[in-house]
Every structure is written in structure tokens, then in C-alpha cells.
Design a protein around this ligand. Structure first.
Ligand code: F0G
Length: 361
């Protein structure tokens, strides 16, 4: 065997190669993969202190997936399934990350990809990704919920595979993040906290934990803490939000497709959903970066802001417990949002005097 071949086969091969036996998807074709998954579970002691301390906190950095978000787990599964079923084209509605991920995996499989995004409400890095990977991007004069409605309707008229999380293969891929957390910790955490938009991901995590629990691999399942933005909190408010608004455009969703499943997961886990303000989101986004060196997009900070809120209001008891918070997307996806809280760079002349003066100031 050539040394190069050997090193290739030793590297991580993606979630289907690793967890495929636990995934209910077609496996009679070669997986369409960018070697997604196997993301780090980073201890965050300084952030835990800023949240009041007395508990153990980990960040699951899903922004390190190939296209910069957790969507790649679902997309390797959905696109592999689409190829197995003979699809020629795929479509999705998206607040941005799903669009970029679908575009990348479709490119890899040689499929046509069409994405519907809300005009003017998609972060720059996501748009740049979707366009670069060669998707046809349709900016609709409406929000994500309008887009998903249109995608569902269109798929009844033309032969095209829908790769939103209403596609069961998506959840089969995304549940592997729960497996990775349990495999890394040797047990489920006490709490799992994550941002909730269309509610596919919280549904997938609960599925993953439940499967490991039923197979005796873990002895308990975590409580789920689902975070929504105040202006887009249908699950918390228990009604559809017609015009969702938030700086965290990833979760700017008013009528989640997996609403009932998310509700059931929250109830079964004896967890809780809560809404946090855009101000809190930006504040914690900056703290995650400054205290731990982990740069995430605003939606991710909703989870951490929810912990802060729960402790402040006294309904979240995590003393001595282990908490995992999911950092669903990379900070570079949304530079505009990040710069809202960041100080401006200081301009100085290119001279040693000026530099020395800047250093002592
Ligand atoms: N975090 C990020 C960074 C997201 O992009 C999303 C969803 C979520 C959290 C919420 O996950 O929808 O499964 O509850 N983004 C979708 C998209 C809607 O189109 O990229 P969810």
C-alpha cells in the first residue's frame, strides 16, 4: 500500500462512514461527503465563570464543519439519499446555512441546486457560500416560512428533492452530533442547550440521545434548553409569529416545521424553551469569542444567553452539572453582526514612535 493511500484511509471519513449503521438512509451508493462531523467539544471554563460559575460547560463547535455549520451533517445524508433515489436536482428554503450546505453537497454530487432565501435577510458569508458552490439562488420577497411553503408546493409539481429538515434523512444525519457528544463524554450531559429555528436540530438531537439511551449506551438523557430570539419565538409564545425579526437571521422563523416534535422533546426531557433579546445575543456572542476564543454567529449565542437568563431568573438549576451548548454556525458567516459589538480598529502611522505610543496607551 502506498503511504499516501494509508494516511488517507486513516483520516476521519465523515459521519456516514462512522455512524452509518445507526442511520436510516439508503446506503447502497457511495456517500456524498466532505468529511463532516467529528467536531471538537471545547471546555469553556471562563465562559462558565461569566455565567455565574459552579458548573461545567462545553461548546460543541459545529461551525467547524466543512461549510461552517451543523447543516453538513444533515446534508451528507440528504444528498446521499437523493443520489440513491436518482434525483437530478435538489431544492430548499433557507435562512442561509442550509442553502450553503445544500449547494456544496449538490456540487459534489453533480446535482442541480436551487435555494430560496429571504431577500436582504441572509448573512453575507452564507450568500457567498451558496453562490460560490454554484447554486441557483432565488431571493424571495418574503421570509423563511414563505420560502418553505413555496418549496413544498413546488415539489408537488416538478420532480425535485426537498432537502429541508422536513426530509427525514436530514435528521438522520444531524442526530450524529448527539452520538459524538456521548462518545466524547462517556455519558450524556445533564443539559444540552441550543438555538431553535425550524426545530429540526433539537428534534434530531433528541432522537440521537434517545437511540443511545434505548441501546444502553448512555444511562440518562439530557434536559433540553431551547433558545429562541424574542422577535421570533413561536415555540415559547405558543403561537405562529407572522413577521419574525431578529439580528440572529439564522433563526428568524415564525412557524417551525418540526414544532410538534420539538415540543415533545422539550416535554420528555423535562427541559425548557426560552426567548432572549437581540441585545443579549450580541452581548454573549462577543463574550464567547473574547473569553474562549470561539467565534460564532449570533444564533449560537442565544443558547448561552438562555443559560444566563435561566440562572438570573432562578429557574435553571445547573449547580455541579455538566452543560453542553451547541455552537451551530461559524462567526465568519455573519461579519456584519459581529462588527456591531466589536471596537473599530485604530489607525496609526507606519512608524515605530506611533506603535510604541499605541502600546503604552
Ligand atoms: N443555528 C444556526 C446557525 C442555523 O443556521 C439554524 C437554522 C439554527 C441554529 C436552528 O436550527 O432550524 O434546526 O431549529 N438554520 C436553517 C437554515 C433554518 O436555513 O439555514 P433549526
Amino acid at each position: 500500500m502506498q503511504p499516501s493511500t494509508r494516511s488517507t484511509t486513516r483520516q476521519w471519513q465523515g459521519i456516514i462512514a462512522h455512524y452509518g449503521a445507526r442511520m436510516q438512509i439508503r446506503r447502497d451508493v457511495t456517500p456524498v461527503t466532505l468529511l463532516e462531523g467529528n467536531t471538537p467539544l471545547i471546555p469553556a471554563p471562563r465562559l462558565a465563570e461569566a455565567l455565574g460559575g459552579g458548573f461545567e460547560l462545553f461548546l460543541k463547535y459545529e461551525g467547524l464543519n466543512p461549510t461552517g455549520s451543523f447543516k453538513d451533517r444533515g446534508m451528507t445524508a440528504a444528498i446521499t439519499q437523493a443520489v440513491a433515489e436518482g434525483a437530478q436536482a435538489v431544492i430548499c428554503a433557507s435562512t442561509g446555512n442550509t442553502a450553503a450546505s445544500a449547494a456544496a453537497y449538490a456540487a459534489r454530487a453533480g446535482l442541480k441546486c436551487i435555494v430560496l432565501v429571504p431577500e436582504g435577510k441572509i448573512a453575507l458569508g452564507k450568500l457567498a457560500g451558496a453562490l460560490s458552490y454554484g447554486a441557483e439562488v432565488l431571493a424571495i420577497e418574503g421570509n423563511f416560512d414563505d420560502g418553505l411553503r413555496l418549496v413544498r408546493a413546488a415539489s408537488e409539481h416538478v420532480p425535485i428533492a426537498v432537502v429541508n429538515s422536513i426530509n427525514p434523512a436530514r435528521l438522520q444525519g444531524q442526530k450524529t452530533a448527539a452520538f459524538e457528544i456521548c462518545d466524547a463524554l462517556g455519558e450524556a450531559p445533564d443539559w444540552l442547550c441550543l438555538p431553535v429555528g425550524n426545530a429540526g436540530n433539537i428534534t434530531a438531537y433528541w432522537m440521537g440521545f434517545t437511540e443511545y439511551y434505548n441501546d444502553g449506551i448512555i444511562q440518562r438523557r439530557p434536559h433540553l434548553l431551547g433558545a429562541q430570539a424574542e422577535g421570533a419565538a413561536p415555540i415559547v409564545r405558543e403561537h405562529v409569529v407572522e413577521k419574525p425579526e431578529t439580528i440572529a437571521t439564522a433563526i428568524r422563523i415564525g412557524n417551525p416545521a418540526r414544532w410538534q416534535e420539538a415540543k415533545q422533546a422539550l416535554t420528555e426531557s423535562k427541559g425548557r424553551a426560552t426567548a432572549v433579546s437581540d441585545e443579549e445575543i450580541l452581548e454573549w456572542q462577543a463574550k464567547i469569542a473574547r473569553l474562549e476564543g470561539v467565534f460564532v454567529e449570533p444564533a449560537c449565542a442565544a443558547g448561552i444567553a438562555a443559560i444566563a437568563k435561566g440562572r438570573r431568573e432562578g429557574w435553571l438549576n445547573i449547580e455541579e452539572q455538566r452543560v453542553v451548548s451547541i455552537m451551530t454556525g461559524h462567526g465568519l458567516k455573519d461579519p456584519d453582526a459581529a462588527l456591531k459589538k466589536a471596537p473599530q480598529p485604530r489607525t496609526i502611522p507606519a512608524s515605530l514612535d506611533a506603535l510604541l505610543e499605541a502600546l503604552i496607551r
